[in-house]
Design a protein around this ligand. Structure first.
Ligand code: PEP
Length: 248
């Protein structure tokens, strides 16, 4: 049985004051939630997360990581630095990184290796655009995105990743994949993971992301291969984020 995981992606939102009240609100409402929960904050606020969340049941992480270990890479943040700030997770290959920063499948795979090397859990994002879905290319696109990562992993590291299926047309648009549409892609990803390594592939959590809200979370997460959510907009309100965590 895979434990559900709910991760908030704050994107480029927040301030010290807003984060303090959001984090306090989430921690206060976690109670006996059975799901694992985390927030992925902008890099400048990771130290604030560590201070506010150390010892709590809410984990924290980053939204991107450098593929390089250290050195002359101005503006980049190394995986070891994220680990130094107590991060457990890092989002890798989010569609906004792929679209606005030209991140290729090969670069995403290198970032996954960098994250694993520092002891972080990479949340590997895959997903098709609307044009790709309409052209009937969903299976091929997400299959290629995942294959590039699987190609660089051995069985032991495979067991340490989380995958997130995020149809690009559903992110921040209010359009959600139906539970059946999402499950179809999750089942494909599961089969691909199990092809690589049966046991690890069965245990890996595959999150759904794309306008997941309190009112659709339970139905999505009831699908056989949907093991939680990667939440954008709804992660910025403690009540909404908590409702999703408790729905998991
Ligand atoms: C995301 O940021 O990864 C995301 C899924 O955003 P939203 O929930 O707002 O669609």
């Amino acid at each position: 049985m895979r434990r559900k995981l709910v991760v908030g992606n704050w994107k480029m939102n927040g301030s010290r004051a807003a984060n303090a009240s959001l984090l306090a609100g989430i921690v206060a409402g976690l109670g006996t939630a059975r799901a694992e929960a985390a927030v992925c904050a902008p890099a400048p606020y990771l130290a604030q997360c560590e201070q506010a969340l150390a010892g709590s049941a809410l984990a924290w992480g980053a939204q991107d990581v450098s593929a390089h270990a250290a050195g002359a890479y101005t503006g980049e943040v190394a995986a070891a630095m994220l680990a130094d700030l107590g991060c457990r997770f890092v989002i890798v290959g989010h569609s906004e990184r792929r679209a606005y920063h030209g991140e290729s499948n090969a670069l995403v795979a290198q970032k996954v290796l960098a994250a694993l090397g520092a002891g972080l859990t990479p949340i590997v994002c895959v997903g098709e655009t609307l044009a790709e879905r309409e052209a009937g290319r969903t299976a091929a696109v997400v299959g290629e995105q995942l294959a590039a990562v699987l190609a660089v992993l051995d069985a032991a590291s495979l067991a340490r990743i989380v995958v997130a299926y995020e149809p690009v047309w559903a992110i921040g648009t209010g359009k959600t994949a139906t539970p059946a549409m999402a499950q179809e892609v999750h089942a494909q990803l599961r089969a691909q993971l199990q092809d690589k390594q049966a046991e690890a592939g069965a245990a890996i959590r595959i999150l759904y992301g794309g306008s997941m809200k309190p009112d659709n979370a339970a139905e999505l997460m009831a699908q056989a291969d949907i093991d939680g959510g990667l939440i954008g907009g709804a992660a910025l309100k403690a009540a909404d984020f908590l409702a999703i965590i408790h729905a998991a």
